[in-house]
Design a protein around this ligand. Sequence first.
Ligand code: NIG
Ligand code: FE
Length: 412
Amino acid sequence: MRTLFKNIKELIQVRDKSVVFVSGKVMGKLPTIKNAYLMVENGIISDFGAMKNCPKVQADETIDAKGKMILPTWCDSHTHLVYAGNRESEFVDKIKGLSYQEIAKRGGGILNSAKKLQQTSEEDLYQHTKVRLNEIIALGTGAVEIKSGYGLTVESELKMLRVIKRLKEEFNLPIKATFLGAHAVPTEFKNNKEGYLRLIINEMIPLVAEAKLADYIDVFCEEGYFSVDETGRILEVGKRFGLIPKIHVNQFTSIGGVHAGVKHHALSVDHLEEMGQEDIEALKGTQTIPVALPGCSFFLGIPYTPARKMIDVGLPLALATDYNPGSSPSGNMNFVVSTACIKMKMTPEEGINAATINGAYAMGLEKEVGSITVGKRANLILTKPINSYHVIPYTFGNHQIEHVYINGKAFV
Ligand code: NIG
Ligand code: FE
């Protein structure tokens, strides 16, 4: 099956396969081809270039993209897409002045979601998550990472990860699974955190690894959740079982989580709303990519990740939604890119790089998605007719997507 997209006003994010992520000043450059063609064969990008060089071959389907642009689909490297119920009552509490931490202290927060999830059947959980996955694909996401962490018991953590496995099997989409047993200390272990750590280390990690249910391991390294030492213990064991670290750090406090991530060769350190100079320094020259989650800052009213400072000292940055019921109940990457531009002062070029090629790297999918590159999947966004790609982040709360193609096939 061969599909030709012709007369593309601008083909965005064209890269050689040697580029796996972009950092510093290079983030400000977005390579494009104006008046371009793009050829897709059996779901894979097979050729692209300027329209004047378009080969005269027979295509099964030809799409005239006059006035429209094509870019790779968004790569959302941090989500908690599997959850049960919602936390809209906490949303109202927040409006009335309670903080995220105060809500958690009252038994709300992650423990509230865990209670709901433990009482939900695997089938219902799958069906609810599937709705959300379809929703985010329609908003332009073509690769996603999904975490456990609302189970907090052996059985419920495995249940969440099996739901992710089923999504991987039923959607022909790159999906990565992350085990986040250390998301919060469950009520039963309130006075016995060591007991919960042992449960994670001695039972959960071996079972998750044995059933090949996760690619990555995550810890919520934060005051009131898991300390830097506890994070280190969990990551060490996870690594022995082949799980690569990808961790929650510096959301509310800077307690050394970034250093721990770098020390344990984390693929990514995520959140970073509270960044000291030493945290920024620790990331320089490493393979650990920082990931900002502006939807969470927006929803909780906490600081935004200091993207400018980080990019200006030469770091890379990825953007993701953090889609979850407590701190970011939205999986809209278009909004994330807009917010990064408006609130974090990232340029549209930086925003699009952060949400595509860098997002792909942040979930180990840089060989498959994240750019218009021969050999990568044809997971594409075809825009509505637009004047320039700056319109994409400019029209915040809206989107410029006409169609989303997954493996070369129109999804919506
Ligand atoms: O990434 N901070 C930790 N975990 C999630 C929020 C989880 C929740 O509140 O349900 C986050 O923000
Ligand atoms: Fe998160």
